[in-house]
Ligand binder design. Structure first.
Ligand code: ATP
Ligand code: MG
Length: 267
């Protein structure tokens, strides 16, 4: 009896944690084309390979592209569900290649990008409830620093911000973090450096970025990983095959598996 009560309490705490978005990771960058979808898809598959139940949510509200990366034809899209006022779970498609559930957007549709604050609040509330059924939810955010992207990022406890060693990527990532941390100073932000030529270069990129964040925003997000520049990433996208299926031993795949371990060991 005592054991039953203990288990019930643990379950309630777990559900409350999930309703707070503790199992949700948002992937952002500010600038486009930095590697968000590649990281999102590969991380989702890495979590799934560890036995977790994973939902991958295409939060690129105007130019959704998870379905292109995975060469999948979703049975239902986020766009349709919102237009029909249907519950979000109806937009879930299971994608066997990565063994994850996916909620796909619809590229080129303005209706999602143009959701107003109240509509987006309904969507994020629905997502938080749906997220209680999963061990991990990964949101692949759109590029830019628009209000709807920031609002979507707010439902995740953890936000991974992807940077590369270019002035535009660093400036846009800084602007994104500035707005996100202003709206929610408690947000757990982690940095991932992508397309690094060497670990040393990746660490230097992180340190330069960190100096700016410390000096002007007074925050010190941790480095969650460095992903090497790897031609296999582009090839896997050309083949529309997830990186962990196309080339699991490639440097970039190994780097992302390390990020998964890093995230799992701290959660
Ligand atoms: N580590 C890497 N090494 C080499 N190429 C990479 C790496 N990461 C991403 N790329 C390439 O960069 C391009 C953009 O990647 P991806 O689509 O994942 O970025 P994104 O941030 O999601 O872009 P968007 O803002 O358009 O959604 C792709 O051609 C991808 O193959
Ligand atoms: Mg993308």
């Amino acid at each position: 009896m005592k054991e039953n009560n203990f288990q019930k309490k643990e379950l309630v705490t777990d559900i409350q944690d999930r309703l707070n978005g503790n199992n949700i990771i948002a992937i952002a960058s500010g600038k486009g084309g930095v590697g968000k979808t590649t990281l999102g898809v590969t991380l989702a598959q890495a979590f799934s390979q560890k036995g977790m139940k994973v939902l991958l949510f295409d939060g690129d509200l105007g130019l959704a592209n998870i379905d292109t990366h995975l060469n999948m034809t979703p049975t239902e899209t986020l766009d349709n569900v919102i237009q029909m006022n249907d519950p979000l779970h109806l937009a879930v498609t299971h994608e066997p290649t990565i063994n994850c559930d996916v909620i796909s957007g619809h590229s080129g549709k303005q209706s999602l990008a143009g959701l107003n604050g109240a509509q987006l609040k309904l969507l994020t509330d629905d997502l938080l409830i749906l997220a209680t059924y999963y061990d991990k939810v990964i949101i692949d955010l759109g590029s830019g620093i628009y209000e709807n992207i920031l609002q979507l990022a707010q439902c995740a406890k953890n936000c991974l911000v992807l940077i590369t060693n270019t002035p535009t990527a660093l400036t846009n990532a800084y602007q994104f973090i500035q707005l996100l941390s202003h709206e929610n100073p408690a947000k757990e932000i982690g940095i991932v450096v992508n397309m690094a030529d060497t670990v040393h270069e990746g660490e230097q990129t992180y340190q330069t970025f960190l100096t700016a964040l410390k000096t002007f925003l007074h925050i010190e997000p941790k480095l969650k990983g460095i992903i090497h520049y790897d031609s296999m990433v582009k090839k896997s996208l050309q083949e529309q095959t997830p990186l962990l299926c196309f080339s699991p031993s490639s440097q970039a795949a190994q780097d992302i598996l390390k990020i998964e371990e890093n995230l799992s060991s701290k959660n």
